[in-house]
Write a protein that binds this ligand. Structure first.
Ligand SMILES: Nc1ncnc2c1ncn2[C@@H]1O[C@H](COP(=O)(O)OP(=O)(O)OP(=O)(O)O)[C@@H](O)[C@H]1O
Ligand SMILES: [Mg+2]
Length: 139
């Protein structure tokens, strides 16, 4: 069943992220869906911080992959926006991260095509009626 959260601020998005972080286990793949600016990166940064990751110096907006080693696993945040297909995704080390049992957070997962397993979690971000409101749906 879908879980739906209506949030009114970045802080509320981080609170939802912190709750979700507690459910994660090594090998999980989480697809982050939604338009440009919907909050996928903001959610992931809050989630990483809640797990004790040091503040990332690089953003996946400018870098395709950011690794956040946290206590329980390696958290990997990918932004595939500028990639075209599964071959491009393989070229950035997809299989290596799977072999390392990393937790993968993937923005623009459609670029990865069939590489995304049917067991992946999906988190969908949509804009609300005020500038800081969002709906976050877990599938
Ligand atoms: N409730 C909220 N949750 C998340 N972000 C919010 C919220 N309210 C305002 N924002 C702002 O919206 C923007 C979300 O940008 P973010 O980079 O997280 O989006 P994105 O979905 O990763 O986009 P892209 O596809 O371009 O990578 C940020 O500037 C953030 O401060
Ligand atoms: Mg982003």
């Amino acid at each position: 069943m879908n879980q739906v959260y209506n949030v009114a601020s970045v802080e509320e998005t981080w609170a939802v992220a912190r709750q979700f972080a507690a459910e994660l286990k090594p090998g999980d793949i989480v697809c982050l869906e939604g338009d440009l600016g919907a909050g996928k990166t903001t959610f992931t940064q809050g989630l990483a911080a809640s797990l004790g990751a040091k503040r990332a110096v690089t953003s996946p907006t400018f870098c395709l992959v950011v690794e956040h080693p946290v206590e329980k696993f390696l958290l990997v945040h990918m932004d595939l926006y500028r990639l075209h297909d599964a071959d491009d995704v393989l070229a950035i080390g997809w299989e290596d991260y799977l072999a390392r049992n990393a937790v993968l957070f993937v923005e623009w997962p459609d670029r990865a095509g069939d590489l995304i397993p049917s067991t992946a979690r999906h988190v969908v971000f949509t804009l609300g009626d005020t500038p800081d409101s969002r709906t976050i749906t877990f599938r």
